[in-house]
Design a protein around this ligand. Structure first.
Ligand code: HEC
Ligand code: HEC
Length: 494
């Protein structure tokens, strides 16, 4: 353990100052949510997780991550926690009992940022026992509180006790709280787009590995979850998670926290070589995934997301799995971390190099891209707007978009050729259709509303209008520069 700590300190990980107050954007629930501790609804799947939990003072044991998400609608606030955990135990079954001694998750909420000391608490252990307090300047009901209409479920709800077991992997808590519980402190009920609240999400670890981790860092000298001045900022936004983000950033500032800055491209290149010498037998060439270990750069839900966590996994291995500790020197491990980050990072964070100005000239000229694509209000509308594409895609996705083409055109870009009974022809892409009508955007950028009965012939095409093979049509450096230009397209300047 001492050895491991020394490495982290040498690596600067523990010495790093905690980041500025964390922020999270609470999006609208895009579908109904069942409170069943499963989180399989589309609403949860699309919701952005908060940034990784931080281990403020917990050092002596395994740090296991928690993935929390929040959603809202006009009536409710929804909260979920997914806790990686190899030692799950919970014993408290009495309502308002001391559940935080068990494996337990918590949320403390201040609906009024001007009065953070007015806050409401929800603590739930792994067998579903809940404790609530209302610590506000108006509540006179004593140490505990009965919120109205709360429903919650934990993975082990219903058990009389949960002992640690060798099979333990993770547990989940899902909760819905009617917003009316906060009406006395919130500025608006229901909240309005842009309203800010303060809150913290926490986790305690039970018998083994106490965790004591939090979404928003708890700054010394405090060592208590009950320190509202340390709560993070959350903002209610009216979009649901499928809608584009107005700020051109993923909700939750997740990327900012996990990828602390652009990846150093030179390090990543060296890291890739080291990786391909010692890790491919399990993870596959270039981290693509093998029979014995997961892909390292696929867009899945990673267990380990921060640089520190990746470093730790490679340096020390992952206990209880096939993942071995690497004998490589720290400097090489850091380069492998850079390589893995480069696989995962969005294009904007990947540090892809090239002549951006030359790429822009190709985009606007020879490449003919503006015929179909708009960037910052300039260009055509037959293809998707690329203003923020570098924050939404990885370099690899962009490369594929330019070279291989999609097997099938995406919704909204499916080409169609119509012949109307009047004899007119319309060539374009389908924006919307149902059994009676369709909306077609024709190549001259006019939107046509057509009843199916007006058409004598409808020819769908399975080929996307997006040209492919651009790596062959352009010279190698032109292709690289075009890609470098695309990698700079973010709504927010960096
Ligand atoms: C003997 C097979 C094996 C070898 C060799 C191996 N790994 Fe792994 N690795 C695994 C397995 C299995 C996991 C998944 C462990 C788990 O279940 O959490 C894993 C997980 C990881 C993770 C964590 C992924 C995540 O996001 O949770 C990283 C990072 C990683 N490996 C990097 C490497 C690197 C770099 C090397 C080469 C130095 C390497 N691995 C060599 C089997 C291997
Ligand atoms: C004839 C119209 C047309 C032209 C010309 C065109 N594109 Fe596209 N492009 C599209 C369409 C339509 C899509 C959406 C394809 C799909 O998802 O099926 C697309 C998709 C893309 C994507 C992927 C977007 C995403 O959301 O992942 C990128 C990147 C892109 N184009 C870049 C370019 C560049 C760079 C050029 C110029 C070299 C170009 N396109 C030229 C129509 C065009």
């Amino acid at each position: 353990m001492l050895h491991w700590l020394t490495i982290l300190i040498a690596n600067g990980a523990l010495a790093q100052a905690p980041p500025s107050p964390v922020e999270y954007r609470i999006q609208r629930a895009a579908s109904a949510i069942n409170i069943d501790a499963r989180l399989d609804e589309p609403a949860w799947q699309r919701a952005t997780p908060t940034s990784s939990f931080l281990f403020n003072w917990f050092t002596a044991g395994e740090k296991e991550q928690t993935e929390a998400r929040l959603l809202w609608d006009d009536d409710n606030l929804y909260v979920s926690w997914r806790c990686a955990d190899r030692h799950i135990s919970a014993y408290e079954t009495k309502r308002h009992g001391p559940v935080s001694k068990d494996d337990c998750v918590e949320i403390f909420i201040s609906p009024n940022p001007q009065k953070v000391r007015n806050y409401y608490t929800f603590e739930i252990n792994a067998i579903g026992t809940m404790l609530n307090r209302c610590r506000t300047d108006w509540f006179t009901g004593g140490p505990t509180w009965e919120p109205e209409g709360v429903r919650h479920r934990a993975t082990y709800s219903g058990l009389a006790r949960k002992d640690e077991s060798a099979d333990d992997r993770e547990w989940i808590v899902e909760m819905v709280v009617p917003l009316r519980n906060f009406a006395r402190d919130a500025a608006h009920m229901p909240p309005r787009h842009g309203d800010e609240w303060r809150l913290n999400l926490m986790r305690t670890g039970g018998k083994t590995n106490a965790q004591q981790s939090t979404f928003s860092p708890i700054l010394p000298p405090s060592r208590s979850f009950h320190s509202p001045e340390n709560f993070g900022k959350v903002v209610f936004v009216a979009q649901n998670p499928t809608a584009p983000q107005p700020e051109g950033k993923q909700a939750g500032g997740r990327r900012r926290r996990i990828f602390s800055g652009p990846v150093n491209a030179a390090d990543a290149a060296v890291g890739r070589e080291i990786y391909n010498k010692s890790c491919t037998m399990c993870h596959g060439l270039d981290g693509a995934g093998g029979d014995r270990a997961p892909a390292l750069g696929a867009q899945r839900r990673y267990l380990r997301r921060t640089e520190d966590e990746l470093f730790d996994a490679i340096k020390n291995g992952i206990r209880g799995t096939l993942m071995p500790a690497s004998p490589a020197p720290d400097a090489d491990v850091r380069k492998m971390v850079a390589f893995i980050r480069s696989l995962r990072a969005t294009a904007a964070d990947a540090g892809f190099e090239g002549n951006v100005a030359a790429g822009e000239t190709i985009f606007n000229g020879k490449g003919n891209c503006t015929k179909c694509h708009m960037i910052k209000g300039r260009g055509g509308i037959l293809g998707p707007d690329l203003t923020n594409i570098a924050s939404e895609r990885r370099v690899e996705d962009l490369r594929l978009a330019l070279t291989t083409g999609r097997p099938q055109p995406s919704e909204g870009f499916k080409p169609v050729a119509l012949t109307l009974k009047s004899g007119a022809r319309i060539d374009g892409v389908i924006k919307n259709e149902d059994s009676f009508s369709m909306q077609v955007l024709s190549k001259d950028e006019k939107l046509h509303m057509i009843l199916r009965e007006e058409a004598s012939r409808i020819e769908y095409s399975e080929r996307s209008p997006m040209p492919s093979g651009l790596d062959k049509k352009l010279a190698a450096d032109e292709f690289r520069d075009l890609l470098a230009f695309l990698c700079r397209q973010t709504r927010q300047p960096r």
